[in-house]
Structures are given as C-alpha cells and as structure tokens.
Design a protein around this ligand. Structure first.
Ligand code: SF4
Ligand code: SF4
Length: 240
C-alpha cells in the first residue's frame, strides 16, 4: 500500500501490479490474494480522495504468459494516457499541493487502515464478480471519518517506558518518572502502545468519534513515588 502511494506522491501517472495466477502461488501465504484485496481497498481510497482509481491495476499471469503481460501493460498504458496527467485527469480536480497533502494524509494512516481492515484484507476472493463491491464507498468514508486516536491516561500511567520503546515512530514523549504523552502529530495509529502497556496499568485508551483530551502540561508530568512498607516504590502523586 505504501509503495503505491509513494509512486503517486512521486508523480507517477499509473501503477500496474503483476502477480502470479491466483491459487498458483508457491507459498502457503498466497500473497497474490492479499495483493488483490489491498489493490481493491486502495482503489476505493483513491476514489475517496478524488483520484481516478483506474490509475491502479492488478493482473495475474505466469512467467510463461508473456503475451498476457504485454497485452495487459499495453492496455493499462492506453488507459492511463486517456485519463491524463496525475491530479488533472478525468474525474480529478486537484490544486498543485492538494493531491500531495491528501496522499501524505493517507500514507500516514496506512498502519491504521491495515489494522482496521485486517480481516477483509486476508480474504481470498475467488470470484471477480465480488471485486467491485468488496469494499464499499460508505465503508471507506467511515474509515476516514471515524479515525481513531490513542491517549495515555495520566492517572493510570506508571512511566514504565514500555510503550515508548515499542512505538515505531517515536511518537510517545517519555522520560524516567514522567507521565508519558502521545504526540498526536507523529502518531501513525498503529495501536502498538495499547498492546505494549501492561494490563495491570491499562493506561492507553483507543478513542474514536471524540476529541483527544489535551496533553498534561509538561510541568505536571513528574511522578513522585513513595516507598511502601515492603520497600517497593508506589506512584503517589504528580508534581506541579
Ligand atoms: S498508536 Fe501508539 S505505538 Fe502506534 S504510533 Fe501512535 S503512539 Fe506510537
Ligand atoms: S506502557 Fe502504559 S504505564 Fe507504561 S509508560 Fe506507557 S502508558 Fe504508561
């Protein structure tokens, strides 16, 4: 998904993906089925942001199908030429920077999109008649209107730093004995921090359809720990 979006971000007019025939993959994973659902999802997303979905195509062929490859590529190139230049073609009306910012927005959400659509992306679609309706327009709209956010509850956070170590984009502001805070601008909504936070703390919440509470001010993040009778450190209060 990220590769296709990067190609469009780099100004490529069309992306053609060639895969082995379905059910003829050498690997048990049957990755070509996955590529198919990924393309179907991306085409709907392209439609959602106003990019002509015909700019993306997947076709299946074997190494012996040179003629199918040549015909498929010829036909695809013809289609893309008919559509016109990226962002200015049939059904597209983008200002100069608008397309770039929309593509950047979708690219940032790729981990979230994959997570939300994981089950459907893993489906083996056997009948081409199912392709067009597998992902619906309403479903894609909902995907973008109900984008989730992640929030660390300052009352529950124990500053154990586990989530910060696991965050793939260093979006968690962390330090020893400092209540952790998610930088919403950097967060790619992968959900790793929810899994990483130990169940006994359960400090990370998934939020959907409502604004994220404002972050705790920096001067109020320090945790003061008191020693219990057994000599263990317990969270007592926040300074500030
Ligand atoms: S969801 Fe959590 S782990 Fe994933 S990017 Fe955001 S803060 Fe980092
Ligand atoms: S893993 Fe949970 S308790 Fe530990 S720092 Fe992150 S949010 Fe706080």
């Amino acid at each position: 998904m990220g590769f296709v979006l990067r190609a469009f971000s780099d100004g490529i007019d069309g992306v053609f993906i060639g895969g082995c025939h379905l059910n003829e993959c050498n690997y048990v994973t049957h990755g070509n089925y996955h590529a198919l659902t990924m393309v179907l999802l991306l085409k709907k997303i392209m439609e959602h942001i106003g990019l002509n979905p015909e700019r993306l195509r997947i076709a299946f062929m074997s190494a012996a199908d040179g003629n199918i490859f040549a015909e498929s590529v010829d036909d695809f190139v013809k289609t893309v030429k008919e559509i016109g230049p990226l962002g200015k073609g049939t059904g597209e009306k983008f200002d100069d920077n608008e397309l770039q910012s929309k593509l950047a927005e979708v690219t940032k959400l790729v981990p979230y999109i994959k997570l939300e659509k994981m089950e459907k992306l893993g489906t083996r679609l056997e009948k081409p008649a199912e392709y067009d309706t597998f992902f619906t327009t309403d479903e894609i709209e909902k995907l973008f209107t109900d984008v989730v956010s992640y929030y660390i509850d300052p009352e529950k956070c124990q500053a154990c730093m586990t989530c910060a170590r696991r965050c793939p984009v260093e979006a968690i502001i962390s330090a020893k004995n400092q209540i952790h805070v998610i930088d919403q601008e950097k967060c790619i909504k992968c959900g790793t921090c929810v899994e990483a936070c130990p169940p006994k703390f359960s400090a990370v919440t998934k939020i959907s359809g409502e604004p994220v509470p404002p972050p705790l001010p920096e001067d109020k993040r320090t945790i003061v720990r008191k020693k219990s009778k057994e000599g263990k450190e317990d969270k007592e209060d926040k300074e500030g």
